[in-house]
Design a binder for this molecule. Structure first.
Ligand SMILES: Cc1cc2nc3c(=O)[nH]c(=O)nc-3n(C[C@H](O)[C@H](O)[C@H](O)COP(=O)(O)OP(=O)(O)OC[C@H]3O[C@@H](n4cnc5c(N)ncnc54)[C@H](O)[C@@H]3O)c2cc1C
Length: 263
C-alpha cells in the first residue's frame, strides 16, 4: 500500500539517526507498516541500514538483531539444530514471501497477541535490549513487551536493538504447539514447553492470552498441576479468531500434549 502522507525517508546508520522527528516512524521489514493506512506517518527511518549483525553467538548467549528477518532466523535454526525457530515461524499467518522481509523485532514490537517471534522468545526466556532516546539502554524480558493485543511497553523513541537468548534455554528440549480455528488461519493459541538441563520446566502461553503467560516448575509437572497452572492464566480473550473459552480449553490440551512429549 502506498503511504501517501510520507514525504521523507532516511537510512539510519548510527544511534543519533534513530532520534525521530515528529511524524517519523521506524521502518523494519515494512510488512505491517505498508499493510494499512498510516495517516499520521510523514517520514520513515530505515533500521535495516544500521548494519546490526543478524545473529551473534557471544558469552554463552545468542543475540538476534531486531532487524534479522524471519527467513534468516529459520535458516539459522535449521543449520544449528534449533527447530523452535522454524516452528515459531510456521505459527505466523504469513507466507514464505513475508518471512523474507518481516523482522524478528518488527514482529515483537508490533505486539499482536499472535506474534510468533514473541512466542519463540518467551519460550526461550529471551531478554530484549532496548535503546532509549537519552542514549542509554535497558534490558527487560521479552515477555514484558506486549501489554495487550497490539500494544507494547516501549516508550516514545525506544528502539528494540536485539533479543538475547540464554545458553541454558538453547540447550533445553523445547516444544511449540499451536492451534487455529481455520486450517491456515492466524494462531488462536500457541503453547510452548521447555525442560532445562537441571530438570526445571517452563511453559508459556501466547496468542490465546492478551499478554504472554509464563509458568515455571522445578521439574516437569504432573497433568493436574500443569492444568491448574495453565487454566489459571490471565487474559483469555475473544475475537474473530476464537472465543476466550475455546482459547483456554485448547491451551490446556496443547500444554498436556507438550508435557507428554517432554516426559
Ligand atoms: C500476510 C501477512 C500475515 C501476517 N501474519 C501475522 C501473524 O500471524 N502474526 C503477527 O504477529 N503479525 C502478522 N503480520 C503482521 C506483520 O507483518 C508482522 O508482525 C511482522 O513480523 C512485522 O515485522 P516488520 O519487520 O515487517 O515490521 P514493520 O512493518 O517494519 O514495523 C512494524 C511496527 O514496529 C515498529 N518497529 C519495527 N522494528 C522496530 C524496532 N526494532 N524497534 C522499535 N520499533 C520497531 C515499526 O515502527 C512499526 O510500528 C502479518 C502481515 C502480513 C502482511
Amino acid at each position: 500500500m502506498d503511504l501517501n502522507t510520507v514525504t521523507s525517508y532516511r537510512r539510519a546508520a548510527s544511534r543519533a539517526d534513530l532520534a525521530l522527528a515528529p511524524g517519523e516512524a521506524l521502518l523494519a521489514g515494512g510488512t505491517w507498516l505498508f499493510s494499512e493506512p498510516m495517516p499520521d506517518v510523514t517520514g520513515l527511518v530505515d533500521l535495516q541500514t544500521m548494519g546490526w549483525p543478524d545473529i551473534e553467538e557471544t558469552d554463552g548467549r545468542l543475540r538476534i538483531a531486531a532487524t534479522c528477518t524471519i527467513a534468516r532466523l529459520v535458516a539459522y535454526g535449521e543449520e544449528h539444530g534449533i527447530p523452535l525457530f522454524g516452528e515459531a515461524a510456521n505459527a505466523l499467518l504469513a507466507s514464505f514471501k513475508i518471512w523474507q522481509t518481516a523482522t524478528v523485532g518488527g514482529n515483537i514490537v508490533r505486539a499482536y497477541a499472535a506474534a510468533a517471534m514473541t512466542s519463540m522468545a518467551v519460550a526461550l526466556d529471551a531478554d530484549a535490549i532496548v535503546y532509549t532516546p537519552d542514549g542509554g539502554e535497558r534490558r527487560l524480558p521479552v515477555a514484558e513487551i506486549p501489554t495487550g493485543d497490539g500494544t507494547n511497553s516501549l516508550g516514545p523513541g525506544d528502539v528494540l536493538r536485539a533479543i538475547d537468548i540464554p545458553a541454558r534455554a538453547l540447550r533445553s528440549r523445547a516444544v511449540l504447539r499451536k492451534e487455529a480455528l481455520a486450517d491456515h488461519g492466524r494462531s488462536g493459541a500457541v503453547v510452548t514447553g521447555r525442560v532445562d538441563a537441571d530438570g526445571s520446566a517452563t511453559f508459556a502461553i501466547t496468542a490465546a492470552t492478551l499478554t504472554p503467560q509464563v509458568r515455571r516448575f522445578d521439574a516437569l509437572p504432573d497433568p493436574g498441576s500443569l492444568a491448574h497452572a495453565v487454566g489459571s492464566a490471565d487474559g483469555w480473550y475473544t475475537d474473530p479468531l476464537g472465543s476466550a473459552d475455546w482459547r483456554r480449553a485448547i491451551s490446556l490440551v496443547l500444554a498436556e500434549r507438550i508435557r507428554e512429549v517432554l516426559r
